[in-house]
Design a protein around this ligand. Structure first.
Ligand SMILES: Nc1ncnc2c1ncn2[C@@H]1O[C@H](COP(=O)(O)OP(=O)(O)OP(=O)(O)O)[C@@H](O)[C@H]1O
Length: 372
C-alpha cells in the first residue's frame, strides 16, 4: 500500500505534479515527512499540505476489519488450505483434522523412536487417491540420512490399506508419486530447495518432508563450519515454501544432551535441571533438548515430540495454536504408528517440552532391525 505512486492516488493534478517534481514518488515518501517539512519542500501552504496528507493516508490505510470478518476469512482460508489427516484419531482431533497446510510441523525425538516411520505413513496418506481419504498428490521426501525404505513403505501400505494395495499396479503407482532427494551437504540441500520451489509451482506436490533437518546441520558442524548460522536462511526459506504453496511441510529434528556450557546460557533452566538431577538421578534423560536451536523452535507451528518413558513410546503435541499440550501412548506395528489410546493426557509445566528417552533400548532391541 505504502508503495503506491503519488500520481495514482487521486490527488489534484497540480499538487501531485509538485510532489513528483520534488522526487516524492510514493505514498511512503510523502508520509515519512512531517507537514512542515512538506510545506518547505513543496513550497505549498499548510492547508493544502494537510489536505494532501489526509487524502494519501486515507487511500493507503488498510481498511478496518471486524473480528467477524477476520474469523470468516480464517475459516475460508482453512477450507482452502485444510489438513492432512494422520489417521491417528486422537491426534487428528487435537489438530482439528491433521497436519495443517501452509505451516511447518516438527517431529522431534531420540534416535529410533519412530520419526521416519511417521513420515513414511504421512507420505502414503498424501499420495493415496482422494476417494480413499488421501490427497491424491505427489510427495517430495528429502532423505538426508538415506533412511527411506521403499520396502517398509509398501509394507505399511499393504497392512494399512489392503483394499488399495492389493489392486494390481497400485503399490507401484503410489511409490511412483514419492520423489526422494538425498542431498549430502547444506549447499546441495540449498540447491534442492530452489528446485522444489519450481516443482511446487509445476506439479501436484501435496507434501514436503525433510528427514532430518538436524542431521544436515550437524554434518556441516562436523566440518568445522558454523551450520547453525548458515541455517537461518534455510529456516526462512522452508517456512516461506510452506506459506506460498499451502502444503504441509514436515521436518524431523533430533535430540542432543544439554551440556554444561549451554545450561549456563539459560540460567533458570540450569538451576532447575541441577535440582532435578540431585533429587532423582533417573531423570537424567530430561536433559535432552532438540538439536536445532531456538530460531528453529520459533519457526515451527506444530511440534510433535516422540519420546520413550519406562519403555512406552509417547507422542506429545507440545506446541499447537489450537490444542492444549497432550500426550498419546503409541506403538509401531507392521502397519506403522498406531495410538494405544485416542484420549490424550493433558500435560502441564516443564513436562510439555521435556524429551524422555527412558527404557527405549528395550523395544529398540526387540524390533530395532531397520529395513532397507
Ligand atoms: N516392520 C516393523 N514393525 C514394527 N516396528 C518397526 C518396523 N520397522 C521399524 N520399526 C520400529 O521403528 C523404529 C525405528 O524408527 P525410525 O527409523 O522411524 O526412527 P527415527 O526416530 O527416525 O530415528 P533416527 O533419529 O535415528 O532417524 C525401530 O526401532 C522399530 O522399533
Amino acid at each position: 500500500m505504502a508503495n503506491k505512486l503519488i500520481t495514482q492516488l487521486g490527488l489534484p493534478k497540480w499538487i501531485a505534479n509538485i510532489f513528483t517534481a520534488r522526487n516524492i514518488i510514493t505514498a511512503k515518501d510523502a508520509l515519512s515527512l512531517t507537514e512542515f517539512e512538506l510545506m518547505e519542500l513543496l513550497d505549498v501552504g499548510l492547508a493544502d499540505v494537510s489536505r494532501a496528507v489526509a487524502h494519501i493516508s486515507e487511500v493507503v490505510c488498510p481498511p478496518c476489519q471486524t473480528v467477524l470478518f477476520l474469523m470468516e476469512q480464517r475459516v475460508r482460508n482453512e477450507s482452502l488450505a485444510g489438513h492432512l489427516p494422520t489417521r491417528l484419531k486422537g491426534l487428528d482431533e487435537a489438530l482439528s483434522g491433521g497436519i495443517p497446510f501452509g505451516v511447518l510441523t516438527e517431529l522431534v525425538g531420540p534416535a529410533g523412536i519412530g520419526k521416519t516411520q511417521f513420515c513414511l505413513k504421512l507420505s502414503l496418506l498424501a499420495s493415496l487417491p482422494a476417494n480413499c481419504g488421501g490427497l491424491d498428490g505427489h510427495v517430495i521426501f528429502i532423505d538426508v540420512e538415506s533412511k527411506f525404505s521403499s520396502r517398509r513403505l509398501i509394507e505399511i501400505g499393504v497392512k494399512s490399506f489392503p483394499e488399495i494395495f492389493h489392486k494390481k499396479g497400485m503399490a507401484q503407482e503410489m511409490a511412483g508419486r514419492i520423489l526422494i532427494l538425498r542431498p549430502t551437504s547444506l549447499s546441495e540441500f540449498t540447491e534442492s530447495l530452489h528446485q522444489i520451489k519450481v516443482s511446487l509451482l509445476q506439479q501436484q506436490v501435496k507434501l514436503l518432508i525433510i528427514d532430518s533437518m538436524a542431521a544436515l546441520v550437524l554434518r556441516e558442524n562436523e566440518g568445522g563450519y558454523s551450520g547453525q548460522q548458515a541455517f537461518g536462511w534455510h529456516v526462512s526459506f522452508i517456512k516461506s515454501l510452506a506459506e506460498f504453496s499451502r502444503i504441509p511441510v514436515v521436518v524431523t529434528n533430533q535430540v542432543r544432551s544439554q551440556i554444561g556450557d549451554e545450561a549456563h546460557k539459560y540460567s533458570f533452566q540450569a538451576a532447575q535441571n541441577h535440582l532435578e538431577k540431585k533429587a532423582d538421578p533417573a531423570t537424567y534423560d530430561s536433559h535432552l533438548v532438540a538439536a536445532l536451536g531456538i530460531n528453529w523452535a520459533h519457526a515451527v507451528t506444530i511440534r510433535l515430540v516422540l519420546e520413550a518413558k519406562s519403555g512406552q513410546r509417547f507422542i506429545k503435541l507440545a506446541k499447537s495454536p489450537i490444542s492444549p499440550p497432550l500426550a498419546f501412548p503409541f506403538s509401531i506395528t507392521s502397519s506403522g504408528i498406531v495410538l494405544l489410546s485416542d484420549d490424550g493426557m493433558e500435560l502441564k509445566g516443564p513436562e510439555i517440552n521435556r524429551i524422555h528417552c527412558q527404557g527405549q533400548n528395550a523395544f529398540l532391541n526387540f524390533h530395532g532391525e531397520r529395513l532397507q
